[in-house]
Ligand binder design. Structure first.
Ligand code: G3I
Length: 387
């Protein structure tokens, strides 16, 4: 009798699991594919107004990351850049590796070139970035230790921020300090500054930056905050904890930078969760800048029209939610044209086709991604003023 019951229970369980799997398969079949859901979207945009002007009417800044090399060597690109952008951010020129060839020497030439260029074109300039685990010079590991760490950090920030004082709209003071995978309860990344100075290195950096340029907006910038995955949920939680801690200690921090390197093949987007996260950030009295948007098409179909539609759909879905948040003051893409993008070398396609992650194509023509950004900006609520 008992044996029979056990058998029945086991069979019911197995049948139940089977039915569940079948139901989810049917649900998957019924779900329109990502390509299909973007295929018929109407990306029409009213008028030819550049992104910078569309954004300005909403009290937003639009701009992009750029390298000194691409602006200096490519006149046509430089012209398009100034037409579309109101703000630039040096892609690498202000990172430790670029600025500090040796422990004692600072090379400000490329950064100064960009600052001069920005000024001559009436563009604002961001600073990126003072504290980041990547982009460090080779000498760093053998020179910085727990005895000199605080002095090195303060000196670097005082020198660099001081050098550009009055010329920088906003500094990414600390970049990507969160990595829950490292196993700490506070979600902080385990890396040399933390090892040498403890979690206070973040506050030290913000205070030093504020001292060197009291006018600049000071930003904590981070990535992988966009999707509804357990990893990104853990990141959002840790970022909120960090921001709350910094604010409660009176740290001079003014904004969260959300990088938003989007993935064309990632479907786990949850508008409600993103909205709630951004509301929580704003409730600390912080602004939000969308600092590095692009959409990798590494794993998307080869057909250009299909690919461009998915990339555009991803831009529009994300920005429609992000720009709804009144605390957002600026939107920057990580590059302007497919002619120059880090994704060509960091996330190339297996089929060797050139990647198409940015608003303009390699010929500097507007793509559907441009339309998608323009539409999201046009639909965004008006802020008081760009800042
Ligand atoms: O400057 C050297 C040059 O002298 C040398 O000839 C050349 C040979 O490869 O390398 C040049 O350095 C490269 C540098 O970009 C400047 O172009 C590095 O190899 C290359 O690794 C570096 O990549 C940059 C990366 O950050 C690391 O600093 C990417 O262009 C840049 O797009 C990327 O940007 C990051 C943001 O800062 C933070 N958020 C994520 C984003 C994408 O990874």
């Amino acid at each position: 009798m008992t044996k029979n019951r056990k058998l029945i229970r086991r069979r019911t369980f197995v049948l139940g699991i089977g039915a569940f799997i079948l139901a989810s398969k049917i649900k998957d079949l019924n779900k329109p594919s990502q390509a299909a859901s973007y295929a018929n979207r109407n990306y029409a945009v009213v008028g030819n107004t550049p992104l910078r002007d569309r954004a300005a009417t909403k009290g937003l800044l639009y701009g992009a990351a750029v390298s000194q090399r691409s602006l200096a060597a490519d006149k046509t690109f430089a012209e398009r850049f100034s037409q579309e952008c109101a703000i630039l951010v040096p892609e690498s020129e202000l990172k430790w590796k670029a600025l500090r060839p040796t422990p004692d020497r600072f090379n400000f030439d490329p950064g100064d070139w960009l600052a001069k260029y920005a000024r001559s074109q009436g563009l604002l300039m961001r600073g990126h970035t003072l504290v980041w685990h990547e982009g460090l010079p080779e000498w760093f590991a053998s020179v910085v230790d727990s005895r000199n760490a605080q002095q090195m950090l303060r000196e670097h920030i005082a020198t660099v921020v001081g050098h550009y004082a009055g010329k920088i709209h906003s500094w990414d003071v600390v970049n990507e300090a969160i990595d829950p995978a490292d196993g700490r309860a506070d979600g902080l990344r385990q890396w040399p500054w933390l090892q040498f100075l403890g979690p206070d290195y973040i506050e030290i950096a913000f205070r030093a930056a504020h001292e060197a340029d009291p006018q600049a907006l000071l930003v904590y910038n981070d990535h992988r905050l966009e999707y509804d995955t357990s990893e990104e949920e853990a990141r959002r939680t840790a970022v909120l904890k960090l921001l709350e801690r910094l604010k409660s200690r009176g740290t001079p921090i003014h904004a969260l930078g959300m990088q938003a390197h989007l993935r064309g093949d990632e479907t786990r987007f949850n508008a409600k969760k993103l909205r709630a996260f951004m509301r929580d950030v704003a409730s600390f009295g912080l602004k939000i800048m969308i600092t590095e948007v692009d959409v990798t098409d590494q794993k998307l179909p080869k057909d250009i029209d299909t690919r461009d539609r998915i990339v555009a759909g991803m831009y529009e879905d994300y920005l429609a939610v992000a720009l709804e948040e009144p605390a957002v003051t600026a939107l920057l893409t990580w590059g302007l044209s497919d002619r120059n993008t880090w994704l060509s070398s960091y996330k190339p396609r297996e089929d060797g086709a050139p990647v198409r992650p940015l608003p303009l194509d390699a010929q500097l023509k507007r793509k559907l991604a441009w339309n998608a950004i323009a539409r999201a900006v046009d639909n965004a609520p008006i802020r008081n003023q760009a800042s």
